[in-house]
Design a protein around this ligand. Structure first.
Ligand SMILES: C[S@@+](CC[C@H](N)C(=O)[O-])C[C@H]1O[C@@H](n2cnc3c(N)ncnc32)[C@H](O)[C@@H]1O
Length: 361
């Protein structure tokens, strides 16, 4: 009976327990183990025709699985972007990295949902409509589309919009038109809202894991992508970081939790934004750190209609095809107290500190 079979399995192989968080324990039995155990119990009862049918099905499933793997390695962006972004690996057998794709910032969600990732020809049509409203993250536009803030601009001059402003003297903070403005999607002050338009690829490196590379010449100032992921409270970010630190100590694991601190003009306060692209994110989750600042500049972009700014990457100089894209994750200061959790930096720049910046450093 099913019960006695299940009990037998429990007796023979105590399931591995892995603690992911305080609240939930997850029991994991490797799928192939389970499958082989079931097969061992059921297959001896089959007649030759039934056995042949089972064997044919497995061959067919194996072929379909291989083609899904190949397809996944061809586009890390899963058709969510205007272009395909392939994985390239000549280092080990990993064909692609698995994560849930979001082109925009989204509120934290738990647990991460599964996401369809097959070939374009079998893509269910209900997946085609990516909500443009999502681009603005947490919105200040109400349900009826009524604007609660925004500029009055309705049409901008050729290649120039008078609403494009940088915070006084700070090129790293800027404003874009958004869902709260009167202008439309063709406004020239919406550069980062049109998605990725430069050729990119994700390349495997022995030391750093996956890395984002240019797959074409990218001119200085061109928009690359934003850093999309789950927006977390600081408490949740700290909890997740400690889980990620533990996972890293027992297995090869790369986290992508970025903390952005924006010092407000008063000088007395600081806005902290935690974006976690580890489980749900976009292509920016593959950008590695470089101690020399790398070749990307980061801009905190506010769009009218949006509550929080978005972190966007632009080419800091002309970037050639086959160059890795990188930026500085922050400053490094290693002392006796924070020595334990530190990660080695392999950026290879002449001014490398040898340590990857993190909250403790
Ligand atoms: C945002 S992810 C970048 C993508 C990551 N390499 C991967 O394989 O998914 C950040 C993680 O990449 C690795 N990483 C980033 N920059 C690195 C560097 N300069 N040297 C070594 N590892 C680096 C670290 O594991 C870090 O936690």
């Amino acid at each position: 009976t099913t019960t006695s079979f299940y009990e037998k399995m429990q007796r023979e192989a105590p399931p591995e327990k892995r603690r992911l968080g305080e609240a939930s324990d997850v029991i994991i039995i490797p799928a192939t183990d389970l499958f082989l155990r079931c097969a061992d119990l059921i297959l001896p009862w089959l007649n030759p025709q039934e056995l042949a049918a089972v064997s044919q099905t497995c061959k067919a499933l194996s072929l379909v699985s291989k083609s899904i793997t190949t397809h996944r390695s061809l586009d890390a962006a899963r058709s969510f972007e205007n272009i395909t972004i392939p994985f390239r690996n000549s280092v080990d057998s990993q064909r692609y990295a698995y994560f849930v794709y979001t082109p925009f910032q989204i509120p934290a969600s738990s647990p991460p949902s599964r996401q369809w990732w097959g070939s374009e020809s079998t893509r269910p049509s209900y997946l085609d409509s990516v909500s443009e409203r999502g681009r603005f993250g947490v919105s200040l536009v109400d349900e009826s589309g009524e604007r609660m803030c925004g500029c009055e601009c309705e049409q901008c001059e050729e290649g120039y919009c008078k609403c494009l402003t940088f915070a006084a003297g700070m090129e790293e903070i800027a404003n874009e038109c958004g869902s709260g403005c009167g202008c439309g999607s063709d406004c020239s002050n919406r550069v980062t809202q049109k998605g990725i338009s430069v050729g990119l690829k994700v390349v495997r490196d022995e030391k750093k894991g996956w890395c984002l590379y240019a797959d074409q010449l990218i001119k200085q100032g061109q928009f690359i992508c934003e850093y999309a992921g789950e927006l977390l409270t600081t408490d949740e970010a700290r909890k997740r970081q400690s889980i990620y630190d533990k996972l890293r100590s027992t297995q090869s694991f790369a986290s992508a939790l970025l903390v952005v601190r924006e010092h407000l003009p008063s000088g007395n306060a600081c806005l902290r934004i935690n974006i976690d692209a580890t489980r749900i994110g976009n292509i920016a989750r593959f950008i590695n750190h470089s101690c020399d600042g790398g070749n990307l500049s980061t801009v905190l972009l506010r769009s009218s209609g949006a509550l929080l700014p978005r972190l966007c990457f632009f080419a800091a100089r002309d970037i050639f095809a086959e160059e890795e894209l990188s930026f500085s994750y922050g400053d490094v200061c290693v002392n006796g107290e924070n020595r334990e959790n530190k990660l080695n930096c392999c950026c290879d720049s002449s001014c490398c500190f040898g340590t990857l910046p993190c909250e403790n450093t």
